[in-house]
Design a protein around this ligand. Structure first.
Ligand SMILES: *Cc1c(COP(=O)(O)O)cnc(C)c1O
Length: 387
């Protein structure tokens, strides 16, 4: 027992510094740019915009803040409807409530685990018939995999509804060579401690609409009118990113490609190690897309494996290994009780079955091969496969 407790903890997704972060932080201190603006912020915005290939980016305090700004810019207000992927972290939808608007949740489809174009089409048709088209559609790219953007963009264009792409988990992923975060009117990234690159906390809003990002910068800085005497005519926020944290982000962005490679390698090793177990299926990667594989996710057919997701998570926890279920769909959350939901088809709720069978494995880019083998062995033993 004692020996077990001494086993090194393996985290789901731990921060992974490059070693260059302190150079940028030291420079901020030496020049006394200790503020939610400064040269690191300006440079980090330009570097992200260049990296994903958009005109403009604004660095903010979190991914959640970036989604909130996007909704404000689209003038989402009380009584408006906003569609959102259901299989996601609550942060995708909380800003809808901040604006007093009403979410409607859209199911996943099996090939990407992301927004089902089929369900979206039905939801758009219905709302068009009711004269209540949504003000925006928030499309989430789960665990690094980009949604079926060709279909989703085409449907939203048909009804003239803008897309906010929640790319918090998919920085570094591509769809037909185009970067994640660039498919909608707005794209959102997160640099929270668990994401593929981190500033400890932070986010970025990107767009090709230069004026909109200019306005986002204004709103995120308390919406100060251009007057000396503290004048305000719009509701503002205090959402800018610190110049110190932007320094961390610059150093992290330099190694993003390596981080993507490392996470994809982890996925490949898990896949090789576990795919032979009957009832185990890994999250697919859609043709012509490249996922950053932020988290390795799989499903377990409990009838075949004989073990539930929870029994595996608990058994791994005993070995000091952190694993998690996939996100609990938002339409199943007490917070969103009574909210409208469009399933993939009449008899199939894909997100619910993914929630019941999905497991996320430790996927930190700084996890050693030896640690990963510990995870694989543990799961193999649980599922009684002797190799
Ligand atoms: C992390 C995350 C967010 C929120 O980002 P924060 O920077 O933590 O506010 C939003 N959406 C998804 C899908 C996320 O995973």
């Amino acid at each position: 027992m004692l020996q077990k407790e001494q086993q090194k903890r393996i985290f789901l997704s731990a921060p992974h510094m490059s070693g260059k972060e302190m150079n940028y932080i030291n420079n901020a201190f030496e020049t006394n740019w200790i503020a939610p603006l400064g040269p690191n912020v300006d440079a980090f915005e330009k570097e992200i915009a260049n990296y994903v290939g958009v005109s403009e980016a604004v660095a903010v305090s979190s991914g959640t803040a970036a989604i909130h700004l996007a909704l404000s810019l689209l003038d989402v207000k009380k009584g408006d409807i906003v569609f959102c992927s259901t299989l996601t972290f609550v942060a995708s939808a909380n800003p809808i409530l901040y604006q007093g608007a009403e979410p409607v949740f859209i199911d996943s489809e099996p090939e990407t685990w992301n927004m089902s174009p089929q369900a979206l089409e039905k939801a758009l048709k219905d709302s068009f018939m009711n004269g209540s088209l949504p003000k925006a559609v928030i499309v989430v790219n789960l665990y690094g995999q980009i949604a079926k953007m060709d279909e989703i963009v085409s449907l939203c264009n048909q009804y003239d509804v803008p897309i906010i792409e929640d790319a918090a988990e998919s920085l570094g992923s591509t769809y037909k060579g185009k970067a994640s975060g660039t498919f909608g009117k707005f794209g959102v990234f997160s640099f929270n401690g668990n994401k593929i690159i981190t500033t400890s906390s932070g986010g970025m809003l990107v767009s090709n609409d230069v004026e909109a990002i200019k306005k986002a910068r204004f709103l995120a800085t308390q919406a100060k009118d251009p007057a000396l005497h503290y004048q305000h005519s719009a509701i503002g926020f205090n959402y800018r990113m610190s110049n110190i944290l932007a320094g961390i982000g610059r150093a992290q962005l330099e190694v993003l490609e390596q981080r993507v490679q490392a996470r994809r390698l982890l996925f490949d090793r898990y896949n090789q190690g576990l795919c032979a177990i009957p009832g185990v299926q890994f999250m697919p990667e859609l043709k012509d897309t490249k996922s950053n594989r932020w988290l390795t996710a799989l499903t377990l057919d409990e009838k075949v494996t004989g073990a539930s997701v929870y029994s595996i998570i608990n058994a791994l926890a005993e070995e000091n290994i952190e694993a998690r279920p996939v996100w609990k769909p938002l339409h199943m959350q007490p917070l969103f009780k009574g909210v409208d939901y469009f399933a993939h088809s009449e008899n199939t709720s894909v997100s619910e079955s993914l929630f019941n069978s999905g497991l996320c494995l430790p996927s930190g880019s700084n996890m050693s091969e030896e640690d990963q083998m510990r995870v694989i062995k543990c799961i193999e033993e649980l599922l009684k496969l002797k190799v």
